[in-house]
Design a protein around this ligand. Structure first.
Ligand code: C2O
Length: 533
């Protein structure tokens, strides 16, 4: 058991020739890395000294029976108010690898995030050659203006808030941005040695390509699950996802750019800002001009499909892929972007988003409390298993379907049942790739495709042997993804698009997984210091 103290404090930080106060953790940006070992119990005390409500989510930790430690504000807890603290009590079972933590309230995760590194059990190594050393690379976004103000401005207009001003690697944009020579992350390597990079996409709104000039990347893990190793010039990583790669320092000693730039195949807006960092061979002076890296083009859909198609679970005796072969409950959710009426915004309409034509409305108290204490009137459990009207999802826009209903509607799932969920992108406003994250679970991505999901033909092509196991799936632009999981973790679990923009437009819902029979299969009692509403 170990204790970790995180203090939420506002601090001035300068980037891109501007200085501004940002919310930090322990005065650091990005925040501190949390190290733990598989099987550990960690107690993370979060004390809030900032003038914002706060809540921290431990993205990808399963929190078995213990949603109280999950963190999404108004889903599993009320926020930690200014001057208060809360201790997240987490036991890490059956997981090892790279995950991350971030604020889960408003858009505060813009600056409140850090890595979680779970080492394998004592005496257990990696299923790949032991690297010489390792480094975390957290990809993010930076706004020159106050992010909460940027969001409020967007909401007033009923339009997307302004794009970020830079992408970052470990909080630093790199020398392609103004005043950023000194805000460049560099990693020193020795010729002939192999390094493990733990890459995290903490960006709010961009899927990113990442590559290192002159060096291939061998993918060995995604979302803290080992994969069959494969080598690629670049990786693709969606917000919320993590990817571990091995890189061999086997090129001529020099300085090489590492670079991250968005993957954008939706015609909505173009963002081609490139964050860079430096891979520097030992003994090479800083005066050497770094070698430029090659990234896939902004709209390289073919690369994205082929890259994601190469991901496979390791699936060995020690790390089996326990894919549910039989499905108890079949769900089909359409992802829609549309327009809603709005009384508070300037021209009476605002952009909105929906699942099965329902725009999720955040409750005033935590859903998990309401569920546990059986408080009536907070949510309903009538979230539909299917969209109201089937149609050609990825064809021409159907304006009749733009209007969505609002509600705090959840879907009730029987304990230990197996669930298959097909997430279908639609073309109500535009097609776009959506990274969907499920709290409390990993799931298997048994199939993906472009166009409309065909329930007659597509299931025959599912991979039920070694599909990738993740907590966040990139639903292809104008396509679908089918995921399967066993509902063995009772509680209330949030599911949402990890593009913060879409989450705030309502692209979210939650599952209520009922208790099983027996006290070891039900939600644990809430901790005494759970923040009150
Ligand atoms: Cu990483 Cu609900 O989030």
């Amino acid at each position: 058991m170990h204790f970790i103290y995180l203090q939420i404090q506002v601090k001035n930080v300068s980037r891109l020739c501007h200085s501004k106060p940002i919310v930090t953790v322990n005065g650091m940006f990005p925040g501190p890395t949390i190290y733990a070992r598989e099987g550990d119990t960690i107690l993370v005390n979060v004390t809030n000294y900032a003038q914002y409500n706060m809540s921290i989510h431990w993205h990808g930790l399963k929190q078995y029976r213990n949603g109280w430690a999950d963190g999404p504000a108004y889903i599993t807890q009320c926020p930690i108010k200014t001057g208060n603290s809360y201790t997240y009590n987490m036991t890490i079972t059956g997981q090892r690898g790279t995950l991350w933590w971030h604020a889960h309230i408003f858009w505060l995760r813009a600056t409140v995030y850090g890595a979680i590194v779970i080492l394998p059990k004592q005496g257990t190594g990696f299923p790949f050659p032991q690297p010489y050393s390792e480094t975390n690379l957290i990809l993010g976004e930076w706004w020159n203006n106050d992010v909460e103000e940027v969001v409020k401005q967007g909401n007033r207009l009923g339009l997307p808030p302004n794009m970020s001003d830079a992408h970052t690697i470990n909080g630093k944009p790199g020398p392609l941005f103004p005043c950023s020579e000194k805000h460049t992350f560099a990693m020193e390597v020795e010729q002939g040695k192999t390094y493990l990079l733990r890459i995290i996409n903490a960006a709010l709104n961009d899927e990113l390509f990442f590559a290192i000039a002159g060096h291939n990347l061998t993918v060995v893990e995604v979302d803290a699950v080992y994969t069959k190793p494969f080598t690629s010039q670049a990786i693709l990583i969606a917000p919320g996802q993590t990817t571990n790669v091995l890189v061999q320092a086997n090129n001529a000693p020099s300085r090489y750019f590492m670079a991250a730039r968005p993957f954008m195949d939706a015609p909505l807006s173009i963002d081609n800002k490139t964050a860079t960092a430096i891979l520097q061979y030992k003994g090479i002076p800083n005066s050497v001009q770094p070698v430029l890296s090659q990234l896939p083009a902004l709209n390289d859909t073919a690369f994205a499909l082929s890259y994601n198609g190469k991901l496979r679970s390791l699936n060995t005796a020690m790390y089996p892929a326990n894919v549910p072969l039989k499905v108890d409950r079949q769900l089909f959710y359409t992802i829609g972007l549309g327009i809603n009426q709005c009384t508070t915004c300037l021209n009476g309409t605002q952009l909105s988003a929906s699942l099965n034509n329902i725009t999720f409305v955040m409750p005033q108290i935590g859903l998990l409390q309401a569920h546990y204490f059986n408080t009536k009137g907070v949510f309903t459990t009538d979230f539909p298993d299917r969209p109201p009207t089937p149609f050609n999802y990825t064809g021409a826009p159907l304006t009749a379907n733009l209007g969505t209903k609002q509600g705090t509607r959840l879907s009730k799932i029987t304990f230990n049942s197996t669930v298959e969920l097909v997430l279908q992108d639609t073309n109500l406003l535009t097609v776009e790739s959506h990274p969907f994250h499920l709290h409390g679970y990993n799931f298997f991505i048994v199939g993906t495709g472009v166009g409309n999901f065909d329930p007659k033909k597509d299931p025959a092509k599912f991979n039920l042997v070694d599909p990738p196991e993740r907590n966040t799936v990139g639903v292809p632009t104008g396509g679908w993804a089918a995921i399967r999981f066993r509902a063995d973790n009772p509680g209330v679990w949030f599911m949402h698009c990890h593009l913060e923009l879409h989450t705030s437009w309502g692209l979210k819902m939650a599952f209520v997984v009922e208790n099983g029979k027996g006290s070891d299969k039900s939600v644990l009692p809430p901790p005494a210091d759970l923040p009150p509403c």
